[in-house]
Design a protein around this ligand. Structure first.
Ligand code: GLU
Length: 651
């Protein structure tokens, strides 16, 4: 076992260590467990190298390079993976102490609010897939933000019906992008149904960390630097993230967040009502309505917050090879689109198209090897076809029904077989046409990648599992900062234009109370019994990445299910795929991709171009995690492109 990169040094690391050790004593055990080594560094496996010097400037959230040679983490009967080692460790301790996956989620989410505020926090939304082992049930929880009741279909593009100027300084950084946050109500609902430890105790790790201080990580520092102009517009954000002279606080700076400690203390004592009503709700409404810095106010109201409801949806489950994949239904397009792509791919013998240079088990993982052009082309084509349907048909089904009023029409095996027949193994479709399900509203085309999101995968001692993707939408959301947390800009996931060029209303247009379409794809995979019924839980996975999440998750599932990769190999593997456009992405940050001269010298890129794929080697910024059951417990992998870590019980 090797150690993850140091997360701190000097006095701040000591403060952090003291905080963590008061919750749980340290151990020198070097196997995967919730331990803190003497220098304050969480123990995990992996061989994290310094970030590569790849040019990552193309991404809205700056990536932190690629940690080559990471190896899988083998744990006992519980495991957790989050995007930050401090959050992973705090959640791991709850699991070790008998908490459930639902308990550990609350700890992970609140600690991430501090150490990864660019991606996630209680001012945002989330989707959660939860497996309850005792009841053998799979629940899909929807904590997606809603549009304010006062929002009109032009809310994001015009200041008012009388004033057709655009919100200032732009829709995202104005108050107009802020939806009613949903994650806390959702966690409360999941905790009511699946929690074991007292709600009030689960906030202590984040309260301690906020009071005692923690260090800004390299990734967080990069994001602050990238967003400094927008953060400077908001007095609270400026004071927290920037130095007095306006320069960004660098990596290693100690941050305390007493306002967040106070917020969490109120929520710990009084439940999520402390957030959705009373003083915190009033602060949120005032902040969304601010005109400071020349910002156009949002119309979020106390009534929007008070009436917000997290929802339980029916999980979307469909067979893939010997497994059953369960994902999130709309308003996320994630589950349906991942499963549609896999359903199309089940008509091809992908197992015979394994990546080359894969090496053996985790100790010779070789970052997932190099996928073949044949396989990348096929998978990208299946994704084009799946995205074509997504773009046209999927939105919040409480407002816009799916074809056939159910996800199953888009996932019907016969329909997907017809879609598979459209694929030519040596020629790109370019842009695929959606299937014909009659006159339903036309969609708004593929989204650009956004990166204000985090994924958490957890399995507990009781066999329960949680796969939760949680987001403030773009890095630092709307840049409005209140009571220690960032407010989301989730409403920019609505189509800005309510009608398409023919005047037909788009499915994902903005309506009051509606939830914007998402691509988040928290996923649970089960074995399938010979009679087709659901067997045991075998995989937990998910990723941030905006609309590209779907491609990241498909790649990882194919790596594990078709190519027999361990979870670290599958998440480390080159990120590749396509939305419904002629561009096929091959992540140029990966050490096995020669991204020089636009990939002109890379054999995989060359071959794909022969098929007619327009290949982009822009660096990808997935934040995948995957946990896989084996005979002795769980094996985990965390994305080498971010700062995540896996920890768990000892074997
Ligand atoms: N807001 C996006 C969605 O719901 C996620 C953004 C991201 O992953 O960075 O699909």
């Amino acid at each position: 076992m090797r150690r993850l990169r140091r997360i701190g040094s000097g006095a701040a690391a000591l403060l952090l260590l003291v905080g963590l050790l008061t919750a749980c004593s340290s151990s020198t055990n070097q196997s995967a467990s919730c331990t803190v080594s003497p220098n304050g560094t969480p123990v995990t496996s992996g061989v994290p190298a310094e970030p590569s010097s790849t040019n990552l400037a193309l991404h809205p959230e700056v990536a932190t390079g690629y940690r080559t040679g990471m190896t899988a983490v083998r744990t006992g009967d519980f495991a957790v993976s989050t995007a930050n080692p401090v959050a992973t460790e705090a959640a791991c301790r709850v699991l070790r102490d008998g908490g459930t996956a639902a308990d550990a989620l609350i700890v992970a989410q609140t600690v991430l609010n501090l150490v990864e505020p660019q991606a996630t926090g209680i001012g945002g939304g989330a989707f959660l897939m939860y497996y309850d082992a005792a009841g053998k049930t799979v629940d899909a929880y929807d904590g997606r933000e809603t549009a304010p009741a006062a929002a009109t279909e032009d809310y994001l593009r015009y200041i008012s019906a009388a004033d057709h100027t655009v919100p200032q300084p732009n829709a995202r950084a104005s108050g107009r992008s802020i939806g009613t946050p949903g994650v806390l109500r959702m966690l409360e609902l999941a905790h009511n149904e699946h929690g074991k430890q007292a709600w009030k105790d689960l906030f202590a790790p984040a309260i301690n960390l906020a009071d005692q201080g923690f260090e800004i990580s390299p990734r967080m520092a990069g994001q602050i630097s990238d967003s400094k102009t927008d953060l400077a517009r908001d007095a609270n954000a400026r004071a927290y993230f920037l130095q007095p002279d306006g320069s960004p606080k660098p990596s290693g700076t100690t941050l305390t967040n007493p306002a967040f400690a106070k917020t969490l203390s109120a929520i710990a004592s009084d439940g999520a009502n402390a957030f959705y009503t009373g003083a915190i709700a009033a602060d949120i409404v005032d902040t969304a309505a601010t005109t400071s810095g020349g910002r156009t106010p949002g119309l979020l109201s106390l009534a929007d917050l008070q009436s917000y409801q997290a929802k339980k949806r029916t999980a979307v489950c469909s067979p893939y090879r010997a497994h059953e994949i369960c994902g999130m239904p709309n308003p996320s397009s994630g589950g349906i689109t991942v499963e549609a792509a896999l359903g199309i791919l089940s008509n091809f013998d992908l197992a015979s198209m394994k990546p080359t240079d894969l090496g053996g088990d985790s100790d010779t993982a070789r970052d997932g090897g190099k996928p073949t052009a044949e396989a990348v082309h096929l998978i990208a084509e299946a994704e084009r076809l799946a995205y074509a349907d997504r773009d046209k048909y999927i939105a919040d089904s409480d407002f816009v029904p799916l074809p056939g009023n159910s996800p199953q029409a888009l996932l019907d095996p016969n329909y997907l077989k017809q879609r598979a027949a459209l694929i030519d193994p040596t020629k790109s479709l370019g842009t695929a046409k959606p299937g014909d399900f009659g006159p339903v509203p036309v969609g708004d085309g593929p989204q650009q990648p956004e990166h204000g999101t985090s994924h958490i995968s957890i399995v507990d001692k009781y066999g329960n599992a949680a796969s939760m993707t949680t987001t403030v939408e773009s890095a630092f959301g709307s840049f409005h900062f209140v009571d220690g947390f960032i407010l989301n800009n989730q409403l920019t996931d609505f189509s800005a234009e309510p009608v398409d060029k023919d005047g037909t209303p788009v499915a994902n247009r903005l309506d009051p109370g509606k939830r914007p379409r998402s691509s988040m794809a928290p996923t649970l995979v089960f074995d399938r019994n010979p009679d087709g019924t659901r067997g045991g839980l075998s995989y937990v996975t998910g990723s941030p990445g905006g609309a590209v999440i779907i491609q990241f998750v498909v790649k990882t599932l194919v790596g594990m299910l078709d190519w027999g990769m361990n979870p670290q190999q599958a998440v480390s593997m080159i990120d590749f795929g396509a939305a419904n456009s002629p561009t096929t992405y091959v992540g140029g940050e990966h050490p096995a991709v020669n991204a020089a001269d636009n990939g002109d010298h890379d054999p995989l890129v060359q071959k794909l171009r022969q098929y007619g794929d327009q290949v982009s080697v822009a660096p990808q910024s997935s934040g995948l995690s995957a946990l896989v059951r084996d005979g002795n417990g769980w094996i985990g992998g965390a994305d080498p492109r971010r700062e995540g870590a896996v920890l768990g019980g000892p074997r």
